[in-house]
Design a protein around this ligand. Structure first.
Ligand SMILES: [Zn+2]
Length: 444
């Protein structure tokens, strides 16, 4: 693979100073950024594959910090069902899923991420080794975990059957250049104290990120208060598992005392704007979190919750929901929202030294937007254009680890036609399972 040289590019580096290169170059050698600057490259172009980025906007690859990728198999089912997780989603997954299906879903989901300029994703699901193999094959960077819960689950009929799987998975994938294992407990309401503490011990012993859904459900909150006399956040803190290697998804139902705990412990947050709005669960107080120095990143949740899994679609939702929620249109300027999607995601995953901004020495993870499409002009403020005007279809190329994995809307690391055919091969089977569920729900 030739080294890449991007020329004539408008570059939003998302570095600490938010340096914007108006018309410049970015040199990639191997998997890292070797140089970038204004104007023409001050070195020979020989031996480089040159991408002329005239009229294009180059940004760091976007980072999705909360997903359940293979759930894309079920996208558009059960969108409006009340108490959907327990009445619809868990039964549908338990009835349907096996390892080959998870692989088919993961391949398709990774295609959507790469088409949308997402270069790193956090995922937790079942049969996660299939997701890891899909990630390895398609060239994306990923932090991955088997979901641990009391169960039953698609991959374990016995309570906590995912424990042995998690240990095996961590051993198998640790040390991989692009795939980082993680420890994931589903939620405070689907795990007991003993297993939460043990999961945290495992994560600390192996130096891994632990992640969980936290302060998301009303019944999670009332259940915790009834059982422990504490909010979910206070309960998790009381058992000693909150720290700077803990990534909390959602974190909607939070009071000031909960925010104090996150701040004190260095907990990181994945904000899922679209999924939270669609499920009518509330709005996470990310302004207050950021003002307290709590790292906030963006996630989508699974495609049955948020429907799309790219990050471009989330950007304008973040701005609109937060401005409306806080009654202040000056909050969250576009460049701050793009920070959440890039360097914010890197911080949430503990990878800010390697990814999240375009700086010499960092990994070459990059999204390139075209500006020829009708929605992309004029271009007075490129941050605003990316956040409020762009859609994922405007991403023209995606580079991960120095490799051009999507170029001119063509995936180079997978055969999208074959991937789509394998996903759709499950459609009739899933349709029948869903119809049975719908009938059972209608009968009460
Ligand atoms: Zn989730």
């Amino acid at each position: 693979m030739a080294n890449l040289l991007l020329k004539n590019a408008l570059i939003l580096t998302m570095d600490q100073a938010l340096t914007t290169v108006q018309r410049g170059y970015l040199q990639i050698r191997g998997d890292r950024i070797a140089a970038l600057g204004e104007g023409e490259p001050p070195f020979s172009e020989e031996g480089y594959q040159v991408l002329d980025c005239s009229g294009k906007i180059v940004i760091p690859g976007m980072i999705n910090t909360h997903n359940h990728l293979p759930m894309i198999l079920f996208r558009s089912l059960g969108d409006d069902v009340a108490d959907r997780l327990k009445r619809y989603l868990f039964p549908l997954e338990n009835e349907s899923l096996d390892a080959p299906m998870v692989r088919a879903g993961a391949d398709y989901a990774f295609a959507e991420l790469l088409f949308g300029g997402v270069t790193t994703c956090y995922d937790a699901y079942y049969f996660e080794d299939e997701v890891a193999q899909a990630a390895e094959a398609c060239g994306i960077r990923a932090v991955l975990a088997e979901t641990i819960l009391e169960g039953p689950s698609p991959s374990a009929k016995e309570p906590y059957g995912e424990w042995a799987y998690t240990k095996w998975f961590v051993e198998k994938w640790k040390g991989h250049p692009r795939i980082t294992p993680s420890v994931n407990c589903h939620a405070p309401y689907s795990n007991d104290t003993e297993h939460l503490v043990a999961a945290h011990d495992l994560a600390r012993r192996e130096g891994l990120l632990m992640s969980m859904h936290v302060a998301e459900m009303a019944y999670e909150h009332t259940g915790c208060v009834e059982r422990y006399g504490l909010s979910p956040v206070a309960y998790l803190d009381s058992i000693g598992i909150l720290d700077e290697h803990f990534l909390a998804a959602h974190s909607i139902l939070m009071d000031e005392a909960d925010l104090d705990i996150y701040q004190r412990r260095g907990v990181k947050v994945s904000y899922n704007a679209g999924s939270n709005a669609k499920s009518a669960k509330g709005v996470a107080k990310i302004r207050q979190m950021l003002d307290r120095g709590i790292p906030v990143s963006l996630g989508t949740d699974g495609a049955m919750s948020g429907n799309t899994i790219d990050i471009v679609t989330q950007l304008s939702l973040v701005g609109k929901i937060q401005k409306l929620f806080n009654g202040d249109r000056t909050l969250f300027p576009a460049r701050e929202i793009l920070q959440l999607a890039t360097i914010g995601g890197a911080r949430a995953l503990g990878m800010e030294g390697e990814i999240g901004s375009l700086e010499v020495g960092k990994k070459a993870d990059i999204a390139i937007f075209e500006t020829d499409s009708v929605n992309m002009s004029p271009l007075y403020d490129p941050y605003s254009v990316i956040v409020y005007s762009a859609n994922p279809g405007n991403v023209e190329s995606t580079i991960v680890d120095g490799e051009l994995v999507m170029h001119r809307r063509q995936l180079r690391s997978m055969d999208f036609g074959a991937v789509k055919a394998r996903l759709l091969a499950y459609q009739e089977q899933i349709r029948q399972t869903a119809a049975e569920l719908d009938r059972a729900l209608a009968e009460g």
